[in-house]
Design a protein around this ligand. Structure first.
Ligand code: 5AD
Ligand code: SF4
Length: 480
């Protein structure tokens, strides 16, 4: 076995490892991690990976190759929760010699019950405990078979210098963790605990550092970014923070997710109007078009109040793209309630939406509501929502044919020979480039300076004319 300093030195991170401290170790050297769920989870995994690398572990691409197998889990709907147990079942018999860990929302929700359901699991830790990950790893190393991190009384966001970012151009920054709302269907307040905001200084320092490192896009993350409140004396609200991040040198695009309509104020729309770097896209989950259902969901707004926010955006100087989330079949949703959701889609004309069948979640208020709706009926309503929205998107996207959009390149699609691009409105716009038909071997260029050959356009921006439109993406050609 390598000695720890040698392994640590092989990694980008050369901080001294706290792993050994002279204690006999179980010899874990490699880890594999799979992430389920939202962007918060994706970013948590980046921090977990950074922390593990800093401790001298090496990441591997397949669970078979790993000493430590981690699943960062999601429990937003039952289907998401079941995924981790399917994964763990695959290793029930032939997982000998490996250490298994369940992280994230299922870990927080199920706690020590996971050890009963999957006895080969040794680590169960929710996101509020990741700051203690190095200590938990030491416990695993020294042979502890049951290690838990389940406390939610952590008043700090999980802030680590060891984030291993997945994308060289776009970076996530957590600004607020947890959620203080109590939507009747939602498990998040139980899995991610109470709200904790980071100081504006800490957020801005991270944003500036990312700008210096060459990142061009930042996504501000939180379960409810709109209720951000700077805990330092500056006391900034979200709109103030957004404006400041929109002015950071080098950062060309700023996105944020997710928004709660109750806390969404007009100042956010004004900030988008004032700062070109703030993307003209807002994801504003409505969940239902019926005020009755919204009241039973404990969403704290009516349809009319939601529509007022939509009006702010439609009246903005910039063309703000609006997307949403819809839940169908919430307990007691009548046919008339459902019709109101369909009417809302017609009225708002969303550019895209995520739609879900209501799923019963542990601990939530909606569990006790009578009048649960059958799976068949939920499926019927879901199909209707999706069909209606598809027609809306086909129409809205085809209106863009002929328009020129600033497009940032995210990658290259070998199969179609197109560069994969994204517009400020968060639309996928794939395009061909006459001078750069494909990335070339060893290409490293970034920025818009493409002198010389060997170009990889990822991370560069182009004016692209839209030539074709589908329901979910656009295609075009670069304007030179
Ligand atoms: N059932 C179905 N969908 C849900 N969502 C959250 N909780 C549930 C649930 N219990 C959806 C909401 C939310 C999105 C992230 O997931 O639409 O906005
Ligand atoms: Fe899933 Fe919600 Fe947890 Fe994200 S916060 S991983 S969506 S349960």
């Amino acid at each position: 076995m390598d000695s720890p300093p040698t392994r640590a030195a092989r990694n980008r991170y050369t901080v001294p490892s706290t792993r050994y401290n002279g204690i006999e170790s179980r010899g874990m050297q490699t880890f594999y991690i799979e992430t389920f769920g939202c962007q918060m989870n994706a970013h948590d995994s980046e921090k977990v990976i950074g922390t593990l690398l800093s401790q001298g572990y090496q990441q591997v691409a397949k669970p078979d190759q790993a000493d430590l197998v981690l699943y960062n889990t999601c429990s937003i709907r039952d289907k998401a929760e079941q995924k981790v147990f399917h994964r763990l079942d695959e290793f029930k018999r032939d997982g000998k010699g490996k250490v298994f860990g369940v992280l994230g929302c299922v870990a927080q929700q199920e706690g020590e019950r996971i050890f009963e359901r999957a006895p080969h699991v040794s680590l169960v830790a929710g996101s509020a405990s990741y700051a203690k990950l190095p200590e938990m790893l030491v416990q695993l190393e020294t042979g502890n078979r049951r290690v838990t991190g389940l406390s939610l009384d952590n008043d700090q966001a999980f802030d680590t210098p060891f984030t291993k970012r997945d994308n060289p151009h776009r970076a996530y920054i957590t600004i607020i963790e947890g959620c203080d709302k109590s939507c009747a269907y939602c498990v998040v307040p139980f899995t991610r605990g109470p709200e904790r905001s980071r100081t504006s200084e800490s957020v801005l320092n991270e944003a500036r550092e990312l700008g210096r490192m060459g990142y061009i896009e930042i996504q501000l993350l939180g379960q409810n970014v709109n209720s951000y409140r700077d805990p330092s004396p500056a006391g900034w609200d979200f709109a103030r923070l957004l404006r400041a991040v929109g002015e950071v040198d080098g950062i060309r695009r700023v996105r944020f997710t997710t928004s709660h309509p109750r806390d969404f104020v007009k100042d956010i729309v004004d900030a988008i109007d004032d700062h070109p770097a703030l993307c003209n896209h807002v994801h504003l989950p409505v969940q239902s078009g019926s005020s009755n259902v919204l009241a039973r969901m404990q969403r704290l707004y009516t349809r009319e109040e939601y529509m007022r926010r939509i009006e702010w955006m439609k009246n903005a100087r910039r063309d703000i793209s609006i997307t949403t989330d819809i839940i169908v079949g919430f307990p007691g949703e009548t046919e008339a309630d459902f019709e109101q959701t369909l009417a809302l889609l017609d009225e708002v004309q969303y550019d895209s939406l995520f739609s879900f069948k209501y799923s019963r979640r542990p601990n939530t208020a909606a569990l006790s509501l009578v009048d649960q709706i059958s799976e068949d009926e939920k499926g019927r309503r879901l199909a209707i929502v999706q069909e209606k929205q598809r027609a809306i998107q086909i129409r809205r996207n085809s209106d863009l044919v002929g328009k020129i959009e600033e497009t940032f390149v995210e990658g290259y699609n070998q199969a179609t020979g197109q560069w994969i691009g994204r517009t400020s409105q968060n639309r996928t716009l794939n395009f061909v480039h006459p001078q750069f038909a494909a990335p070339r071997e060893g290409a490293t260029l970034s920025g818009t300076n493409l002198a010389g050959s060997g170009a990889n356009l990822a991370g560069t921006s182009w004016s692209v004319r839209v030539t074709r439109a589908g329901p979910n993406s656009l295609a075009g050609e670069v304007v030179i």
